[in-house]
Design a binder for this molecule. Structure first.
Ligand code: PGA
Length: 252
């Protein structure tokens, strides 16, 4: 692995976009990716039903495909769920697990997130594991305690720099327009880097850590220059091709 990890820009479309809108957005990104060589890794994570059509548009480009969640089992009686194997088959390279909207909206606990991450690895997918404190946690001075617990319990059993990415997303910053100060982000990312190195030795230096939560073209340049920030996970701003690409272009 390179000593300084390649920056990753991941767009999380969440539950947005019709088939036509998703293909149009992917088309617009594909055109930009073809226009000039990419200096960073770029990934889009559309809703599951759009994965196939978006993949077809992105096929001849370096933009990767990711999913937003997976089940921990490879198959079976799990109505409404999708296995990591299915995501791999449709062409995903990554899957997001443990997003705060799933932790809150679907009652996912750290152990569930770890089980999903391990399942993704077994299926050959890389994982983006999300963690982050709530507003209340931060007010109570519990930020580092919460992210440490999430780190210890929701990361996959085996972490590799090529198959595991951590996304620090303070819950209060997601979709709110509020972003922690650069100093606050640096403290959390530095803390997580130390935990990685404790767990993995020097290989922990190569695991990428994204910041996520209200990333925009206006703040990405500064965010990407914070120590131990190796990319961004972008929600709302990834739904507009020009905005997402402006963010990609702020890659250091
Ligand atoms: P946001 O979402 O950029 O809209 O805040 C980020 C995320 O939830 O991954």
């Amino acid at each position: 692995m390179p000593t300084s990890p390649r920056f990753l820009f991941a767009g999380n479309w969440k539950m947005n976009g019709s088939g036509a809108a998703g293909v149009a957005l992917a088309d617009a990104l594909a055109a930009r990716a073809r226009a000039a060589p990419l200096r960073a890794e770029v990934l889009v994570c559309p809703p599951a039903v759009l994965l196939g059509s978006v993949k077809a548009v992105l096929d001849e480009t370096p933009i990767g495909l990711g999913a937003q969640d997976c089940h921990a089992e490879p198959k079976g009686a799990h109505t409404g769920d999708i296995s990591a194997e299915m995501l791999a088959e449709v062409g995903c390279r990554y899957v997001i697990v443990g997003h705060s909207e799933r932790r809150a909206g679907h009652g996912e606990r750290d152990a569930d997130v770890r089980a999903k991450a391990d399942a993704a690895h077994r299926a050959g997918l890389a994982v983006i594991v999300c963690l982050g404190e709530s507003a209340g946690d931060r007010e109570r001075g519990q930020t580092l305690a919460v992210v440490t617990r999430q780190f210890d319990r929701s990361l996959p059993i085996r972490i590799g720099a090529d198959d595991t990415v951590i996304a620090y997303e303070p819950v209060w910053a997601v979709g709110s327009g509020r972003v922690p100060s650069s100093a606050e982000i640096e403290v959390v990312h530095g803390h997580l880097r130390n935990r990685l190195v404790e767990r993995m030795g020097s290989a922990g230096e190569d695991v990428r850590m994204l910041y996520g939560g209200s990333v925009t073209p206006a703040n990405s340049h500064e965010l990407l220059r914070i120590g131990n920030v190796n990319g961004v996970l972008v929600g709302g701003a990834s739904l507009v091709a020009a905005d997402f690409w402006s963010i990609v272009e702020t890659a250091p």
